[in-house]
Ligand binder design. Structure first.
Ligand code: SF4
Length: 347
């Protein structure tokens, strides 16, 4: 039998039948997990005790262990989870005026190896399964309470693991799962070959956050070595095709790096690239990573960059960075915790 979280909850009744158990117990178990926030079989008190015991022994609901958590004064809280094979991943919960947002990882490490990101320093470990992506949501819910938005912006490049990512999003959105609106879900990607077309064909109206970070192919290939064969204009055209398919304006993610991509001429180039495209620009102040030489531009430089984009008719946000206090940048807590300290708790 596959791990339960790797299976869409609509199929749980049949899985239970295959185990020789009545189908309604499968429906009931799915409700416990996705709608009532149960973390283990022992919590499902209306399942027969002998069935709960059997399920615990034969099919543990989730297998991740909590290795560490780190909070910041602004309320952002990051958790470090250890998977069944010892791989570690980060997930984050962030407060907001419209409720809590959770940020989930999709891979162990990352093959894109962005020069400014701690997650990419060691390249790709492996893909996460659908269940391992969902476990992060269950852990954050357990630690921090209900969530209202999901962003796929943690460790890894979602576009290189779309089977698991779209499967997890289906469970987040479907009635038998978490029942979230697609409009509360954002998927971040650098737009690898075929990824945006696949998301368009999938057809759910989630929001795309396209990580651009540069205005020329040459600079983008330097900063994001893992997308070296992709052109910026080609990638933006595919994002436009996705907008045509699902009707959702997309976001351009642009991390501001002092002396690298923060010049006014680059703001003008970015405005030219985005002219008449249905997108919003999200400027992200660089979050310092110890092992890297980059620095964040001054507030004045960032505001001037944003102003140039606005003058050219673009909608722009200069993002505040939640979690600046403690290991905030993607991948930092994970790196700081190696080798892991085992103060584990099981879901
Ligand atoms: S920024 Fe995103 S795509 Fe780039 S290395 Fe980090 S996790 Fe991967």
């Amino acid at each position: 039998m596959p791990a339960l979280l790797d299976v869409h909850p609509a199929a749980w009744p049949q899985l239970f039948v295959d185990m020789g158990v009545a189908a309604f117990h499968g429906r009931n178990a799915a409700r416990w997990v996705f709608q009532r926030g149960a973390h283990g079989w022992e919590e499902m008190t209306d399942l027969p005790a002998d069935l709960r015991q059997r399920l615990q022994q034969e099919h543990p609901l989730a297998t991740a262990k909590l290795l560490a958590s780190s909070g910041a004064h602004d309320g952002a809280e990051k958790v470090l989870l250890e998977m069944h094979d010892g791989a570690t991943v980060e997930a984050v919960g962030m407060p907001g005026t419209a409720g809590r947002t959770i940020c989930l990882s999709t891979q162990v490490g990352c093959p894109v190896r962005c020069k400014f990101c701690a997650s990419g320093l060691d390249g790709l470990g492996r893909n996460l399964s659908q269940g391992e992506i969902l476990e992060q949501a269950l852990w954050l819910q357990r630690q921090q309470g209900p969530f209202h938005r999901v962003v796929i912006m943690g460790m890894g490049e979602a576009g290189f693991n779309l089977d698991a990512v779209l499967g997890a999003l289906d469970v987040l959105m479907d009635e038998e799962g978490f029942g979230m609106s697609a409009r509360r879900i954002t998927l971040s990607t650098v737009g690898p070959q075929g990824a945006l077309a696949r998301i368009a064909a999938w057809g759910r109206p989630i929001t795309l956050a396209l990580s651009l970070h540069a205005t020329t192919d040459e600079l983008r290939q330097q900063l994001l070595p893992g997308v070296s064969k992709r052109g910026i204009v080609e990638t933006l055209d595919e994002a436009d095709d996705l907008f045509a398919a699902n009707g959702r304006e997309y976001t351009i993610e642009y991390v501001l790096l002092e002396g690298i991509n923060d010049a006014l001429t680059q703001a003008t180039e970015l405005a030219d690239l985005l002219f008449q495209r249905r997108c919003h620009v999200n400027l992200i102040p660089y979050n310092t990573v110890e092992e890297m030489d980059y620095t964040c531009p001054s507030r004045l430089v960032m505001e001037t960059f944003a102003q140039r984009l606005q003058e050219r008719g673009l909608s722009v946000t200069l993002r505040r960075s939640l979690g600046r206090q403690t290991d905030a940048a993607c991948g930092q807590l994970r790196r700081r915790q190696r080798p892991p300290t085992r103060t584990s708790t099981e879901v």
